[in-house]
Unconditional design. Structure first.
Length: 210
């Protein structure tokens, strides 16, 4: 057959936080590119599948004059159809995986992950080290808002997370924006986007800090 089905892009190794920031974010970049490549491939796949189907039908018509030839052609057509279906199944599976990875990445960037800390801190600019609950989906490079639980609307620090230990909860943030003042013994932290940023800008911010 002259019409063929192209091989889909091979998915990259999925990102894992356990591998560390140096590997996690480049792998996220690879998956963003992979999702775009899959969109191009699926559009091409539909055209190729239609061409294969048309050629199979033509082969069937040409074989109608001979029972023996028709049997041979039917077997070839069935094999091509089976391969096309297998290719379609693989493409569908890869697309599902791509959507799943994209949803995970979006959830990581856009979710309001909240944790409470009982570390006493002064509301001021600069680096602050405190303890949050272990196991939060916080990664270095994200932007955190930390507000005093005694006055959450009046006292808040915002800045880039420099470090977070998922095992112990030890966290370091460089505060570049401060509202209010004073020393407080209890704080609530959450992930926030850059001021006025859209979801797309937040993604770029995360990738740029990888």
């Amino acid at each position: 057959m002259s019409a063929t089905i192209s091989t889909p892009p091979v998915p990259p190794d999925p990102p894992r936080r356990a591998e560390g920031e140096a590997k996690f974010w480049p792998k996220c970049d690879a998956f963003v590119q992979y999702i775009a490549d899959m969109g191009i491939y699926l559009a091409k796949f539909i055209t190729e599948l239609a061409a294969v189907s048309a050629e199979v039908l033509g082969m069937r018509d040409a074989a109608a004059g001979s029972v023996t030839a028709a049997q041979v052609q039917a077997q070839q057509s069935a094999a091509e159809a089976a391969r096309a279906m297998q290719q379609a199944d693989r493409s569908s599976s890869e697309a599902d995986r791509s959507r799943s990875y994209a949803a995970q990445a979006k959830g990581l960037v856009g979710s309001a992950i909240t944790g409470l800390s009982t570390t006493s801190m002064v509301a001021c600019l600069g680096n602050h080290t405190f303890t949050l609950p272990a196991g939060l989906a916080i990664v270095p490079g994200c932007r955190l808002a930390i507000c005093a639980t005694a006055d959450p609307a009046g006292v808040e620090m915002r800045g880039i997370c420099l470090a977070y230990d998922a095992a112990t909860g030890a966290t370091t943030v460089r505060a570049d924006t401060v509202t209010g003042a004073g020393t407080y013994a209890a704080w609530a932290a959450r992930i926030v986007p850059e001021s006025g940023a859209t979801a797309g800008t937040v993604v770029q911010h995360f990738l740029s800090n990888s």
